[in-house]
Structures are given as structure tokens and as C-alpha cells.
Design a protein around this ligand. Structure first.
Ligand SMILES: [Fe+2]
Length: 385
């Protein structure tokens, strides 16, 4: 995250002696991204973070591809993904390309007997249903409905849910996920016309620190495999850190919409960016106020990006027969637009309660076998009168 955060105890100067009460040294770890050029965090550990005790099972969780070269619009019924006990097993990749994976999950249980680390991808976890606590090596963050949780790659975490009724929409990104650059000044501060500001970003506020030895299982995701690694010391042993690379939360309900006299283009909804895709938040807002305005979007050709819309809540004005939990995929190369009647229906309306998350990828997405289980094959004809 592009602003500085400090938590716990750290020495006054980096890379200097920092001692425990018994006189021994804490173990420093620089946790950096993009080599040493990206954001980094400097953390201090009770024990060496390198104590691999054993490497156990390694198995593939790579998604099975059903459609590679796709130009068909699809609707997927996300809530038909069946709840499963285990957090990792519940995660079903539905759309994927070489930059990112779009994942649906309905986990019933918290991660009890293992820790998890994704070494390949930043994870953006949108909480559609459920609440709980994200517990990480760099501190904890409480979450609830509407939160985006951004977990940078390499952060070891556990996730605790308050109940068994959870629905997550996750984007795994091989490119770092940032807030849009155009909303930041040259010092990194969010500008006045940004739809959110620093106060809306929730940083970790509580460190869980254990100085324990034993067998600690970390399930590590790397190149489509899960590798079960046993460490000799507790992964949550950080006494303090500072820097820019840490997990954070941002609620979609804190996104302040930008509106205008005539229809505003999708970039006004942008919340996150990478160099491979963007994430937008469509939130309750007043409609366009030109006397002749048409609140429904115009038809548009996303000629060079695949558009994925995940419908969260409210009434989706431009679509017929879309419910919460549905995903629409409008692939690159063909135009799409409001369903028949939606344009006329929108005229004269003053506001919308819609809540949706959009992911526009610059490379085409492949449709997985998991997605085909919940696919509406007829959707691509739904613009016919
Ligand atoms: Fe669109």
C-alpha cells in the first residue's frame, strides 16, 4: 500500500542491533516486491523466518480449462458454487489467464490447522457474505460484508469466519495490485478528486506474536501447486515492522461515486489497477441529471478487454434476469450493452442501489470446468427481442 505504516516495536535505525530482554537478537527480514524496487516492509522476528523443517505433499490445484478461445458472452450463477468446509478447497477458479484468476469460494470453516501463503499472486478478496478476522504475520484486520481485503503475495495468513455462511469473490493477480495512480500526487497522497482517501484504508492494527517451536504447517501456493511446508517456529512471530508492503482492507461502501450530467464511463468506478487488469466498484449513486439523459449505459465495444461483472446487491438496471452472486462475462471483440427494455426503463430514474464489482482484463480469459458447472449457455442470445 503506498503509504507508510508502523506497528509494534522496531529499532530506531534499520539494519542495526535490536535485542530482546535476554540480550539475544531479533531476526530482521526485508520483505520486498519487484526485486528491491517495489514496496517493502522491514520486520523483526522472534525466530529465523527460514526454518523449514520438512516439505510434505505437493499437488496441483491448477484450474482445468474448458474453453480457451472464447467469444461467447456467459452468465455464471455464483451462488451455485457449493459451500465446502476447507478454505482452500472451497476456492473454485472460474476464469483465468496468464495474469490473473477469478475465483469463487463459499468456505464454511476457518483455517484451523494450517497457515496459507500465495507466493505467486496478490489476493484481492471481496467479502460478499460473512464476517470475521484476517490474521496475518503483519497483523490482523476485522472484515465484514462489502470489504475488499488486499493480501500482497508472500504474506502468511489465516482467515477466521464468524459463521459458516460465507461467499467470497477473489482475484489472484500475478501483477501487483495498486490503487489507481491518477488518484495519487507525486508524494503518493490520495488527491481530493479520488473516490476514497487514506482514512478509508484499514491497516493491520493488532500483531499476534508467538515465540513457539513445533510443527507449523504452511500451505504454499506456487505455480499452480500447493506445497505443504512444515516450519519449526510459529509463522506469527513478528514483534514489529514498518514499511509499505502489508495487507489492508477497503470497504466498497466507502467508495464515493463520481456522477455527472450525462453517463459517466466505467473508469470513474475504478478502485484498483494493475498493468494487466482493472477493478471497478459500482455503488449506489444518483443517476445523470441532464434533462435528456439516459442513465443506462450505451452499447460499447470492449474490443481489447474481457469484462467480468460480479453482481453483489441491489437492482441491476441494465440487465434483465441478473441476481446477486451472478457473474457476467462479456468477452473482448464484440459489443455489449443494456438488455432489451433496459434503456427505456432507466429514463427518468434518479438513483440506483446497485452494488457490483467489475474486473476488466486486457488479455482474454479462459473459462474453466468449474465455471461451466454454473454457466448459463443461453445468455449470449439474451439481447434478442
Ligand atoms: Fe460493459
Amino acid at each position: 500500500m503506498p503509504f507508510y505504516h508502523k506497528l509494534g516495536n522496531i529499532p530506531p535505525k534499520r539494519h542495526t542491533q535490536f535485542r530482546k530482554s535476554d540480550g539475544s537478537l531479533y531476526y530482521e527480514q526485508l520483505f520486498g516486491t519487484i526485486g528491491f524496487d517495489g514496496m517493502s516492509t522491514n520486520s523483526y522476528h522472534e525466530q529465523r523466518p527460514t526454518q523449514v523443517k520438512e516439505i510434505k505433499r505437493q499437488y496441483s490445484v491448477a484450474p482445468k480449462i474448458a474453453l480457451k478461445n472464447n467469444i461467447k458472452s456467459y452468465r455464471f450463477k455464483g451462488f451455485q458454487v457449493k459451500p465446502e468446509d476447507d478454505y482452500l478447497e472451497s476456492r473454485k477458479t472460474v476464469l483465468v489467464n496468464s495474469d490473473c484468476a477469478i475465483v469463487l469460494a463459499a468456505p464454511k470453516q476457518s483455517t484451523k490447522d494450517y497457515f496459507y501463503k500465495n507466493t505467486d499472486a496478490d489476493e484481492l478478496i471481496f467479502i460478499h457474505k460473512g464476517s470475521g478476522r484476517l490474521r496475518t504475520m503483519l497483523g490482523n484486520i476485522n472484515f465484514k460484508y462489502g470489504d475488499y481485503l488486499l493480501v500482497p503475495r508472500g504474506i502468511i495468513y489465516k482467515i477466521d469466519f464468524d459463521t459458516q455462511d460465507n461467499r467470497l469473490f477473489i482475484v489472484e493477480s500475478h501483477r501487483p495490485i495498486y490503487t489507481p495512480k491518477r488518484y495519487r500526487n507525486w508524494f503518493g497522497q490520495l488527491l481530493e478528486y479520488s473516490p476514497f482517501c487514506e482514512r478509508d484504508i484499514r491497516q493491520p492494527q493488532e500483531l499476534e506474536t508467538y515465540n513457539e517451536n513445533g510443527d507449523f504447517l504452511i500451505k504454499v501456493k506456487k505455480q499452480g501447486d500447493i506445497i505443504e511446508m512444515v516450519y519449526a517456529s510459529h509463522p506469527f512471530d513478528v514483534v514489529g515492522y514498518d514499511g509499505y508492503n502489508y495487507p489492508y482492507a477497503f470497504s466498497i461502501h466507502d467508495f464515493e461515486p463520481i456522477t455527472g450530467r450525462v453517463h459517466q464511463p466505467p473508469p470513474v468506478h475504478q478502485t484498483f489497477e494493475t498493468d494487466a487488469f482493472v477493478v471497478c466498484s459500482f455503488v449506489p449513486r444518483l443517476y445523470d441529471y441532464h434533462p435528456q439523459s439516459i442513465p443506462a449505459p450505451y452499447n460499447h465495444s470492449n474490443i481489447d478487454s474481457d469484462e467480468v461483472l460480479y453482481y453483489v446487491d441491489g437492482d441491476f438496471m441494465s440487465r434483465n434476469d441478473i441476481e446477486a452472486g451472478h457473474i457476467s462475462l462479456h468477452p473482448a471483440g464484440i459489443p455489449h450493452g443494456p438488455h432489451p427494455g433496459a434503456t427505456e426503463r432507466s429514463i427518468g430514474q434518479v438513483k440506483t442501489d446497485e452494488l457490483a464489482v467489475m474486473v476488466d482484463t486486457f488479455k482474454p480469459l479462459m473459462v474453466t470446468e468449474e465455471a461451466m458447472k454454473i454457466a448459463d449457455e443461453g445468455y449470449y442470445k439474451s439481447w434478442l427481442e
